[in-house]
Write a protein that binds this ligand. Structure first.
Ligand SMILES: Cc1cc2nc3c(=O)[nH]c(=O)nc-3n(C[C@H](O)[C@H](O)[C@H](O)COP(=O)(O)OP(=O)(O)OC[C@H]3O[C@@H](n4cnc5c(N)ncnc54)[C@H](O)[C@@H]3O)c2cc1C
Length: 176
């Protein structure tokens, strides 16, 4: 069992246990339904580290990342702790127009550094504004999903036959 007070004292972010929050986090875009015991919104990387340690110190406690929750396979669902990146991990740090080494024959016009909770629609706008650049493996859910979910799912979409999936275009991941 999870102790929400203990979690709230541990991190600087927010811990939710309201019926509305737990119900919203019980679904993604699949038919599955799994109700978590808490939804946590980490404010920074230190919070994520503390949550990972909390889970490893408490047998039976699990953490599952969630971004926009549009997964179609139940990926962001858990009966334990949902760690949501939508509230605080929403910064696009930089978008740079500067040719990079080609990837499998595809010319790369630049790069971007972003946090996982950024909606792809906002990321796309930011890269378009820097020289009309696109991240080519966006999924059909591009208006609804985030870059974190795209990276974790290795998403692909309408341009994937030509350009490949997300794994080709992620140069670096900062992970806990
Ligand atoms: C109408 C519709 C069309 C779709 N079309 C496509 C498509 O063309 N191609 C495609 O690939 N998918 C598609 N999807 C599925 C889904 O939208 C994508 O895979 C999307 O990239 C998931 O992003 P999300 O932000 O919603 O992630 P979520 O659903 O929140 O999470 C997806 C997975 O990533 C993990 N995750 C999320 N955030 C993080 C994080 N910060 N750190 C580590 N792990 C994390 C979750 O635990 C989960 O396993 C579609 C879904 C819908 C509803």
């Amino acid at each position: 069992m999870i102790n929400p007070q203990e979690l709230a004292a541990l991190i600087s972010g927010d811990v939710e246990t309201t019926d509305a929050a737990l119900t919203a986090a019980s679904h993604d875009a699949s038919l599955f339904e799994v109700r978590p015991q808490a939804v946590v919104h980490p404010k920074n990387v230190e919070d994520v580290k503390k949550l990972v340690k909390y889970a490893s110190d408490h047998p039976g406690v699990h953490i599952t990342a969630r971004s926009a929750g549009t997964d179609m396979s139940g990926g962001p669902l858990t009966d334990s702790i949902v760690v949501s990146f939508l509230k605080y991990f929403t910064q696009i740090k930089e978008v740079v127009e500067k040719p990079q080494p080609p990837i499998k024959g595809v010319e790369i016009s630049g790069y971007a550094v972003t946090q996982p909770g950024v909606y792809f629609r906002d990321f796309d706008k930011a890269t378009m504004e820097k020289g009309g650049q696109i991240f080519p493996s966006y999924p059909a859910s591009r208006e609804l999903c985030t870059v974190g979910g795209i990276a974790a799912n290795n998403s692909g979409g309408e341009k994937t036959l030509t350009y490949g999936k997300t794994e080709r275009y992620v140069r670096r991941l900062k992970m806990v």
